[in-house]
Ligand binder design. Sequence first.
Ligand code: IFM
Length: 484
Amino acid sequence: MIRRRDLLLAMPAGLAASALPRDLALAQAAAPAPAAGPRLPAGFTLGASTSSYQIEGAVNEDGRGASIWDTFSHTPGRIKDGSNGDVACDHYHRFAEDVELMAQAGFGGYRFSIAWPRVQPDGTGAPNVPGLDFYDRLVDRLLARGVKPFACLYHWDLPQALQDKGGWTNRDIVGCFTDYAQLTLARLGDRVPRWAMLNEPSVHAIFGHAFGNHAPGMTGWKNYLAAQHHMNLAQGSAIRAVRASHPRLGLGTVFSLQPVLPATDKPQDAQAAVRFDAAWNGNNLDPLFHGRYPQISAGDFAPVIRDGDLDLIKVPVDFLGVNYYGRAHVIDDPNGVIAGAGWGPHPPGTRTTAMGWPIEPHGLVEVLARLRDDYGNPQTFITENGAAYDDPAPKAGTVNDPARVAFIREHLLACQQAIAEGCALKGYYVWSLLDNFEWAEGYSRRFGIIHVDFATLQRTPKASFAYLAAVARGEPTGGIVTGP
Ligand code: IFM
């Protein structure tokens, strides 16, 4: 755990600019790139990230089954603006246009997820060929346009039929997920070089199974523990199975990682931070890399762990995807669902996004340093990083989103710093390519570097899209240096 004053001391010169008045920071952004120093090395992938339910729409097409997010979003009161993913960005029909935009930007990679209910409408059994055909078309188009596909097998849209049997709280799901992984790779493994098993299991376990404000809307610590453990198991089981049939593919998984700090100097908040850190970070990292749960959680998990489980979960990965948004500032909360802890105030003066999340680029360096020091420095990709802002309407063919440009720039500077400090970071995928369905927030929060008009579905690239394209082209972009 890191204390607040340690962080201030560790703040590097480039990132300190983020705390400068806006015009000064902009002046620095315009300054020429330094001749030597931190950089994004040759081969570093820049790209964008999305997920199936958040963008695809077409929920009743080509044999797709229902997912827990269809059920959840159609339940009155669950989604802030009463919306759902029925149409979303209509990417299912407009994927070629979206790929074209990425190609024009010069992105080297695209990380997307596959909807399990398109592949197996009920979550088990023979594959639904038309569902797989969609991903086949998408992958071929990406390859034809020089954008490397990076697929994630599970970004929270569980087939509803499996949820009806308990979903992630039922241990049988481990075998189902492994089967799904194998038959998906059997179709696409010849062209997609990198595969993540799960996206953010801790977030899915905490929000979907303990708080209940995400699908499937389950609540309580017991459900959290079962869901988290079974996701860990499914991830280990699927990696082993797929590696046996596809030994050359890059296999890994994606975690949401955050430095966790006590929000005050109270000793009970320091203790809460240790517990919260286990729930958010350690209960994913420690089983995968060390074959054990953090000491503070081990007793809680004991009822769901069977002999051999921890050996199955601990498996070498070819990469770890890291989703980074900010630090967690936590307080002790005896009624808190997550390990008796809750979110406290951010440090005074902290800038925030439209989600109210703190903007803390140096936390990205801290997360990667932790992976370097405590988990063997795995090859990593930032598989998500980005910000929601209340953007102005499109004007003259673009959207002016300077705050998002600054956010991305500051986090790319953090990537450069982490690489300079020896972290094995290989790529950065912004969240997100498109404005999309932001789960319980519906369409009220825009994370995209491309604006989507949800009435017409028209795409308008924002200034942040142009900015990332300039970085991808290797143009001087405010301290971001690309190349050898
Ligand atoms: O939109 C989500 C994504 O699905 C998972 N990571 C965080 C993003 C922003 O909330």
